[in-house]
Design a protein around this ligand. Structure first.
Ligand SMILES: Nc1nc2c(ncn2[C@@H]2O[C@H](COP(=O)(O)OP(=O)(O)O)[C@@H](O)[C@H]2O)c(=O)[nH]1
Ligand SMILES: [Mg+2]
Ligand SMILES: [Zn+2]
Length: 360
């Protein structure tokens, strides 16, 4: 489909075999490229050699929007250059993974926002300082688990806290993380952080850093890049921009062949999940629930609840909170459906009446 140099260039920006296999048949002039940034009405693409601004064909945009979907950083696309030398994205290669969240418009409308696509590992970045928050960590762990993306917890600012604080918080994070999720304490500014993360940075791997503003995501990105490409809180502190230094998601190629997507902190992180899915993101609850006396135990005040007996109360409370959020979103969707059905029925009745009148 492509010659080997072209293929090697795409592999250097993360093209993996499963994606390659799902690239649809190419049209004349099609070039496979990766989305490295999404702007308001254009995208930045990369072909392994250079970045290129492109626009998205309205048909593709509409097709994705109709499925509550959108192009995101990390996506592979097929782009074409027209006679005016403008680049247009014609098709998207089906993503292997997507990390999405829900956004509420403040009333009852819930939208799904795709943050990144085709990511192998999410680095959940959290400071060991005042940023450290077990409940937020649980939310992020559920977030990556629900997206079926592997995760590692990177606790930054190890150099800013005492050994005992570091050890206690590391231990607490380890207790919350599922068995297959590593927890590392690092100084994000030190090259040692890059060495500690080496197992996740193999050629062809794509990572994303997630976590709150000021946690050290951009600092870690720069350390992995070996170059200060991203502004960090420290360098901007003087100009009153506060700590929200990173404003867009951007994909970078790392020296050893992996790619990393730096992201701005999210003020609210509403999971893109149905209440039933959520249990799967809390390993211990999934494991204990079959031992509850009642099969439909909600792990609240039912007698004989194995989950409540074993779990830390704060963790269980957080689980219920995430479940309530998911339920509210679902209620909104069901109510909207019921409303649409009602309107349709009214429409049908109206038409039937009109017909009856004609027949008379
Ligand atoms: N001493 C120290 N400072 C850090 C560490 N990680 C981040 N910082 C500082 O914390 C501030 C916010 O970091 P930044 O990377 O912009 O956070 P982001 O919002 O998550 O991208 C900056 O001043 C960084 O220099 C760390 O591990 N050690
Ligand atoms: Mg940043
Ligand atoms: Zn129970």
């Amino acid at each position: 489909m492509f010659d080997s140099t072209h293929l090697a260039r795409l592999q250097a920006i993360g093209l993996a075999a499963p994606v390659l296999r799902s690239i649809p048949p190419l049209h004349d002039g099609d070039l496979p490229m990766r989305v490295i940034e999404v702007q308001r009405d254009s995208v930045q693409l990369h072909d392994g050699t250079r970045a290129q601004r492109a626009r998205v064909l309205p048909a593709l945009h509409a097709e994705l929007a109709a499925a509550d979907d959108a192009l995101a950083v990390g996506d592979w696309v097929l782009a074409q250059r027209n006679a005016l030398a403008e680049w247009w994205v014609r098709a998207r290669v089906p993503p292997l993974s997507q990390i999405a969240r829900r956004l509420h418009d403040g009333r009852d409308k819930v939208t799904r926002v795709v943050l990144v696509s085709n990511v192998d590992t999410a680095l959940i970045v959290m400071g060991l300082d005042h940023d450290f928050n077990p409940r937020r960590l649980e939310r992020y762990l559920a977030f990556t688990r629900l997206a079926r993306v592997a995760a590692a917890v990177v606790l930054t600012k190890a150099d800013l806290v005492g050994d005992d604080v570091r050890a206690a918080r590391e231990h607490e994070a380890l207790a919350l993380a599922p068995a297959d999720v590593a927890v590392l304490a690092v100084n994000a500014r030190s090259p040692a952080a890059a060495r500690a993360l080496a197992p996740w940075l193999g050629a062809g791997q794509t990572l994303v850093v997630v976590g709150s503003s000021g946690a050290g995501k951009s600092t870690l990105t720069n350390t992995l890049l070996g170059a200060p490409l991203q502004d960090t809180g420290g360098t901007r502190a003087g100009d009153g921009r506060g700590r929200h230094t990173t404003t867009v998601r951007t994909l970078f190629a790392l020296p050893d062949g992996a790619c990393i997507i730096d992201t701005p902190g999210l003020r609210t992180l509403r999971l893109d999940a149905d209440p039933a899915d959520l249990v799967g993101a809390f390993d211990d609850i999934a494991r204990l629930a079959p031992l509850c006396r009642f099969r439909d135990c909600a792990h609240r005040d039912e007698p004989g609840c194995a989950v409540r007996d074993a779990l830390d109360a704060a963790r269980l409370k957080n689980f219920h909170k995430l479940q309530r959020e998911a339920q509210r979103d679902q209620m909104g969707a069901l109510e909207r459906k019921a409303l649409v059905a009602k309107w349709k029925a009214l429409g049908r009745a109206g038409k039937a009446r009109a017909k009856d009148k004609k027949a008379l």
